[in-house]
Write a protein that binds this ligand. Structure first.
Ligand SMILES: Cc1ncc(COP(=O)(O)O)c(C=O)c1O
Length: 403
């Protein structure tokens, strides 16, 4: 399908459907008249075979306790092998009602109060919260940001681990909001440091299937043929890829039997949950039949991104961070808008509801994160309003200077 065909076929107006993104605007930003580009889900219907599988299950009418069928594990393994050249054994897999709760559990099950947990900022804010809320010591290692691109400062990372006796690293791969899809050599260096200092790695790979043309995602556990598999717990899900977030279903993959035993012991004590029939049904259908839809979706996301990048060239000092993966574009407005005016600029002048840089770490104020997995018209509208307001802003500043 072309971008236009995809948008025509799958776009839906979500206002009035209890969507956090649209109907939650007032709660989040104090006003509901904003163009919503924040929370990471999409305005597109999930693939038709997923809807069909759900309809069939709903039609059955009985929603008692459910088993996870063998076919689910096969579909997950097939998806991972086909897309990421990584095979998953059935006994490694556990389920959680989403990755955020899993992050909290991991911190609780594998660390003690006051233990150091490291993250690389700017990063998805629940990474920060799950450490702070559980009374662990949050260690934030900023990514290097140079020429509009994010890279890892390995020396700083290692020093922070050693100085703070860090026990756990929560890795975002692909990285939200830096847009990086880590290369194998980058992962090798990062994971090598963790292995050297006995740091357990939680690799959140929820964005694994959303990568720009020609960019290859590598699961952390697959780096160099599985070199670091024993120190990694992977969390992935079909929720971002196929717009299934509200079904609260994520895969937790633990190849190391000792870590699995700790996970199972913790689950026995604190979390005796069944699996979610609807989440499992949707995920299996998506893994089996969603690929052509996903490929078409990628065209929409990356053509939206190309538009943002091209269009912002009129303001060369605005940096649109390269988007290798995820559908969340990080934009640096610091050259034009003073830090303490960013929010007023974006919200009150541009009328956009989006995520702010400082949510992802204290040093990133002045950036905004726009979710571009949406109708191209919304992306155009957002960028045009940012450009219009930048122009006004610059004119005002010039006038002030002349006075
Ligand atoms: C890196 C990352 N992890 C986790 C999540 C949310 O996971 P879940 O909805 O499964 O709790 C998001 C959502 O934006 C995300 O970007």
């Amino acid at each position: 399908m072309t971008v236009e065909e995809f948008v025509h076929t799958y776009y839906v107006d979500r206002t009035g459907t209890n969507s956090s993104k649209w109907d939650g605007l007032k709660r989040k930003f104090g006003r509901s008249d904003l163009l919503s580009m924040w929370v990471a889900d999409m305005e597109f219907k999930t693939p038709q075979p997923v809807i069909d599988a759900l309809a069939k299950r709903i039609e059955h009418g009985v929603f008692g306790y459910a088993e996870v069928p063998d076919s689910y594990y096969e579909a997950l393994d097939q998806w991972m092998r086909d897309h990421h050249s990584y095979s998953i054994k059935r006994e490694w897999v556990r389920f959680t009602p989403g990755i955020i709760p899993a992050l909290y559990w991991f911190v609780n099950m594998f660390t003690k109060e006051n233990d150091g947990v490291i993250v690389m900022t700017p990063v998805y804010y629940p990474f920060l919260n799950c450490v702070k809320d559980t009374n662990r010591k949050l260690i934030t290692c900023d990514l290097d940001y140079e020429d509009g691109k994010f890279t890892i400062n390995y020396d700083r990372f290692e020093k922070m681990i050693v100085d703070n006796d860090v026990k756990m690293y929560i890795l975002s791969s692909p990285h939200n909001p830096a847009g990086r899809v880590w290369k194998e050599e980058e992962l090798d260096k990062m994971l090598g440091i963790c292995e050297k200092h006995n740091v357990l790695v939680i690799s959140d790979e929820i964005h694994q299937d959303i990568t720009a043309p020609g960019v290859k995602f590598i699961p952390s556990a697959a780096v160099l043929g599985g070199k670091y598999e024993s120190i990694i717990i992977t969390a992935n899900a079909p929720s971002k890829t196929f717009n299934l977030a509200s079904f609260l279903h994520a895969n937790i993959i633990i190849p190391n039997p000792e870590l699995r035993a700790i996970y199972d012991e913790f689950s026995k004590r604190y979390y005796q949950a069944e699996s979610n029939l609807i989440g499992i049904t949707a995920a299996e259908a998506a893994y089996r039949h969603g690929e052509s839809w996903r490929q078409d979706l990628m065209k929409v996301i990356y053509s939206n991104y190309d538009y943002v990048k091209e269009s912002m060239k009129d303001y060369p000092e605005v940096t649109v961070v390269p988007l290798e993966g995820t559908y969340l574009t990080f934009i640096d407005l610091r050259a034009y808008v003073p830090l303490d005016e960013i929010r007023e600029f974006v919200q009150d002048k541009c009328h956009i509801g989006c995520d702010y840089g400082e949510w992802f770490g204290e040093n990133w104020k002045g950036f905004i994160r726009l979710n571009i997995a949406t109708h191209p018209d919304f992306v155009h509208q957002a960028i045009e309003s940012i450009k219009r307001e930048l122009k006004n802003y610059i004119c005002h500043a010039a006038l002030k200077e002349r006075c």
